[in-house]
Design a binder for this molecule. Structure first.
Ligand code: FNR
Length: 342
């Protein structure tokens, strides 16, 4: 609950880098809003919407209420939804109901489990079983752990555990960052470990350095701008994916997340090559300040507006957005030059 409170208090004022991305209008789109499909595919999963309610919470009474309402909104709008880290329930099964509520409210929906990279295969299997998950997210959050006085200090064997889970678990594995972003070198290692879905979790939205600093008696505020912005993270991960795709023909799906707050953010992330976007903080804010029906309305508006922009770009399907031209300027363009991304 401290994470929820601090996430809401600190808000979403950061820059995710999408201001540097300009979509190019298509004056002859040769499509109609009726023809626009929001369906998308990540790994083996077909989603009716490219928007995912990203991992947030579970593990306590009040978080059960939040998960319940998020699950209702996801059910009513057809969104896939991730629960927060389930390690609390693996260590203390009494709190499992705060996660199971999501499956209870949305029996036929697409639900993702969630654990950190310290998880063993057995724990990952328990997490999947707990919510009858359709996929499992494994989160990477190095800087958050390091800022927490009680956080992990040993990051050995992460890739090996991820690789074992990916090979053995029987549901798709999504490796995700939590808002510090991802570089192409890390993405390449993750892909080579067999992972087919990566959520870039870039900076510019919920800021876990700032959240953990707000909880510390001696804050290390100089770490608050640690990380790669979301736009840059997407370009980094897409570059790694493209390079390896041409070598191995493997199909990698990328999820854009970190500070997604508006329809134009969603559209820009998809245009940069994402198959879907994850939204956490912005949905939590709407839910807590305005309630579940406001959240349902927000998601419905996103869907309708996304169809309008896709029409204006002449892109009847999400995959068509990948070929829509964009201009990348400013810091993001400079970053791409330095990092050999084209
Ligand atoms: C999170 N996030 C998160 N991620 C994860 O993999 N496991 C978790 O348990 C949590 N917990 C959590 C709690 C709260 C209150 C928030 C707001 C977020 C991170 C989340 O899934 C996402 O990666 C980041 O928040 C960045 O996206 P937004 O919030 O900028 O859309």
């Amino acid at each position: 609950m401290e994470h929820v409170h601090h996430a809401l208090q600190l808000g979403q004022s950061g820059e995710q880098g999408f201001a540097d991305i300009k979509l190019i209008p298509n004056c002859l789109p040769e499509t109609s809003t009726e023809l626009i499909s929001l369906q998308t595919i990540i790994g083996e999963l077909t989603l009716s919407s490219p928007i995912i309610v990203n991992a947030m919470t579970g593990g306590a009474q009040e978080t059960e209420e939040i998960n319940k309402e998020l699950a209702v909104a996801a059910r009513e709008t057809g969104l896939a939804m991730a629960v927060g880290s389930q390690m609390a329930a693996i260590k203390n099964p009494e709190v499992a109901s705060s996660y199971r509520i999501v499956r209870k409210m949305n029996p036929r929906g697409i639900i993702f489990g969630n654990l950190g990279s310290e998880a063993t295969l057995e724990q990952a299997e328990q997490a999947v079983e707990m919510v009858q998950a359709d996929a499992i997210q494994i989160h990477l959050n190095i800087m958050q752990e390091l800022i927490m006085p009680e956080g992990d200090r040993n990051f050995m064997g992460m890739l090996e555990r991820i690789s074992l889970i990916t090979k053995s678990i029987g549901v798709p594995v999504i490796v995700k960052e939590v808002g510090f972003g991802m570089a192409q070198e890390s993405a390449a290692a993750i892909i080579q470990a067999g992972v087919k879905i990566i959520d870039v979790g870039g900076s510019g939205g919920t800021n876990f350095a700032a959240i953990e600093n707000a909880r510390r008696s001696l804050p290390m505020d100089w770490l608050n701008d640690w990380g790669c912005k979301t736009a840059v993270s997407l370009l980094e991960v897409m570059n790694a994916s493209k390079a390896l795709n041409s070598e191995s023909q493997s199909d990698i799906s990328v999820i854009g997340s970190g500070g997604i707050r508006s329809t134009i953010d969603i559209c820009k992330a998809l245009t940069l090559g994402a198959s879907a976007v994850g939204i956490a903080g912005a949905f939590l804010r709407t839910l807590r300040s305005e309630g579940t029906s406001a959240l349902i309305n927000q998601i419905t508006d996103f869907h309708q507006e996304l169809k309008l922009i896709m029409t204006a770009l002449g892109a009847p399907a999400i995959q068509n957005l990948w070929n829509a031209p964009v201009v990348i300027s400013g810091e993001t363009a400079q970053w791409c030059d330095v990092r050999g991304i084209n």
